[in-house]
Ligand binder design. Structure first.
Ligand code: EPU
Length: 415
């Protein structure tokens, strides 16, 4: 339940990135020694991943934000289907299990409903490394006696495929080059994690990575990058609602990447974090287009969309990464927003005011966008589908209310 109208003030520490922690947890089964993953958020996708690891036979122990994994032996379990079906990142287990065991059959990964999410780039890359890789009867099946390094040209810089292929290449025989690979900070975190485990990955953060396979990886402490999407969500919340918010642990480059759309933000940074100050007046309309890193992250699109709803003028947002990632647009309309969808472009005619409504989240980032828009609306809104938001935000409503927003979690039967 959210009631709009309050500016935000205060400081919040951002946790390790969901999209780094999940592949790091998968990497932890590449060795039979103990691996510690630092700064893990308390979110349901991390719970699902640790549950999958346990079901496969790994010993998993959580101490606060640190998760220890010891995978002396791991085998795909019979009861993985439901959890794999709920989460795209279960796909990392394909790469990790193929690398560790030479054979894997796991149920097809699911995830947020944000458009088609094929696996061809993952499977083509694994085939280049010598694996038989296919999808049949609702399962991903891969096998290979010994993976062999190869040059892999990726037709698109897929984040997940780059991560999966890094997991495989780390222990393949010989050298692998990943060409046109993804460059996200989460890729850098995984490359560094593999190197901490004794791997030999170079070129992380650029579009060609070289991996010299090693026979064995060892235990290590793995460190994710800070969650730039959570940080970005809070930065945009401050821009939209006005206020003075410091996101501790955030990287200034992530805030700067949002500045072209919302020049009303005053951004400063010291070693501890990023401070955003905004007067909360009506913003100017903007044009934005999502694309692979370092351009605008698709995971920020719904939150940025929320900022366009009351902007002065006509904004245009084009989604090039997941073409159907606009479910939130129909919900924004319930708040009184004026939106025209044509293919993968949304045209938003800014309105003077939004009014509270009953909303329904259909995916994680869309849900965050709904929270922001509801807080910018007059009166009360109810947002259903909070379980999607819980996949990637550690109590988003608590974070926002700590900053002064009027938002709280209610039970379904509560008025
Ligand atoms: N694609 C293919 N074939 C493939 C793989 C991808 O066509 O084999 C397409 C996808 O359909 C999509 C585009 O390539 O159109 C980008 O997909 P990518 O593989 O880069 O995304 P992902 O690995 O499935 C990760 C994040 C997403 C984030 C995207 C893009 C994780 C667990 N998920 O997904 O995060 O939106 O990269 O940055 O890392 C989220 O956190 O809410 C989320 C959806």
């Amino acid at each position: 339940m959210a009631t709009g109208g309050r500016p935000l003030k205060g400081s919040i520490r951002v946790h390790g990135a969901k999209n780094a922690v999940l592949p790091l947890l998968a990497a932890s089964i590449l060795t039979d020694e103990t691996v510690a993953v630092e700064d893990c958020p308390f979110i349901s996708d991390v719970d699902a991943m640790t549950c999958l690891l346990s079901r496969m036979g790994a010993q998993v122990r959580r101490e606060g934000r640190r998760i220890y994994v010891r995978a002396e032996d791991v085998v795909p379990a019979e009861d993985m289907g439901e959890l794999c079906g709920a989460m795209r990142s279960s796909m990392f287990l394909v790469g990790a299990l193929l690398a560790r065991r030479g054979e894997v059959r796991v149920p097809l990964p699911g995830g947020c409903k944000i458009g088609d999410r094929p696996l061809d780039i993952h499977l083509d890359g694994m085939a280049k490394l010598g694996a038989e890789a296919s999808v049949s009867a609702g399962e991903v099946r891969c096998r290979c006696a010994r993976l062999k390094g190869a040059d892999i040209v990726m037709r698109y810089p897929s984040v997940g495929a780059t991560e999966n292929l890094l997991l495989c290449a780390a222990v393949a025989e010989g050298r692998t080059r990943l060409i046109n690979c993804a460059r996200e900070p989460e890729i850098i975190a995984l490359a560094r994690a593999l190197n901490a485990m004794g791997g030999r990955v170079r070129g992380e953060g650029s579009s060609v990575m070289t991996v010299d396979g090693v026979d064995k990886l060892h235990g290590a402490t793995l460190v994710p990058n800070p969650d730039r999407i959570v940080a970005g969500t809070l930065i945009l919340a401050a821009a939209l609602l006005g206020g003075d918010v410091t996101v501790l642990g955030a990287d200034k480059r992530d805030a700067d990447s949002l500045l072209p759309y919302l020049p009303c933000m005053r951004i400063s940074a010291d070693g501890a974090g990023v401070r955003v100050v905004c007067d909360g007046g009506r913003m100017r309309a903007f044009e934005a287009c999502t694309a692979p890193y370092p351009l605008l992250a698709t995971d920020m699109q719904p939150q940025l969309f929320a900022c366009a709803l009351k902007a002065r003028g006509v904004s245009r947002i084009t989604e090039t990464v997941f073409r159907n990632r606009f479910a939130h647009a129909r919900q924004f309309e319930k708040l009184g927003a004026k939106i025209y969808l044509t293919g993968s472009t949304a045209t938003i005619v800014g309105v003077d005011a939004l009014r509270g409504a009953a909303l329904k989240a259909d995916d994680l980032r869309g849900g965050a966008g709904l929270c922001l828009a509801a807080l910018a609306a007059e009166g009360e809104s109810r947002i259903e589908g909070v379980e999607y938001i819980d996949r990637g935000y550690e109590g988003l409503e608590e974070t926002l209310s700590l900053l002064g927003a009027d938002i709280r979690r209610v039970r379904v039967d509560e008025k």
